[in-house]
Design a protein around this ligand. Structure first.
Ligand code: ZN
Length: 112
C-alpha cells in the first residue's frame, strides 16, 4: 500500500499527470514517479515528444499574440521541466535569443 503513490502503473496515469507536472503543481513524490516512468516507458517518451511538438505548434499559433520574451521563457520553462526536451533548432528558445537580436540589427530598421 505505502508505495502506491511512488509508482505509476500505467501510461494513462502518466499522461493524466503530465499537465500538472508541467505546471509544477505535482507533489515531488509524484513528479519523481512520473520522471521514472518517462525514463523507462517508450510510448510515454514518444508522447512527451509529441506533446513538445504540440506546444511548438501552439506557440506558432500564439506567436502573433504572445510577446517573444514570454514565448522564450515558456520554452525555457519546458526545457527545465521535461527531461530530454530540446529545441527544434528553428526556435529561439535558448540563450541564442541575444544572438538573433544582434543579427536583427544588421537588417534595416524601419523605425530608424
Ligand atoms: Zn508509459
Amino acid at each position: 500500500m505505502g508505495d502506491v503513490h511512488k509508482v505509476i502503473e500505467n501510461c494513462s496515469e502518466c499522461v493524466a499527470l503530465l499537465g500538472d507536472y508541467l505546471e509544477g503543481s505535482l507533489p515531488a513524490e509524484r513528479a519523481a514517479a512520473l520522471e521514472k516512468h518517462l525514463s523507462l516507458c517508450m510510448p510515454c517518451i514518444t508522447f512527451v515528444r509529441t506533446y513538445k511538438k504540440t506546444t511548438v505548434i501552439a506557440r506558432e499559433v500564439l506567436a502573433a499574440e504572445m510577446p517573444p520574451v514570454l514565448v522564450s521563457s515558456l520554452q525555457q520553462f519546458l526545457k527545465g521541466q521535461i527531461p530530454g526536451f530540446k529545441c527544434d533548432g528553428k526556435s529561439d528558445c535558448s540563450g541564442d535569443a541575444a544572438e538573433k537580436a544582434k543579427l536583427a540589427k544588421t537588417k534595416p530598421d524601419p523605425k530608424s
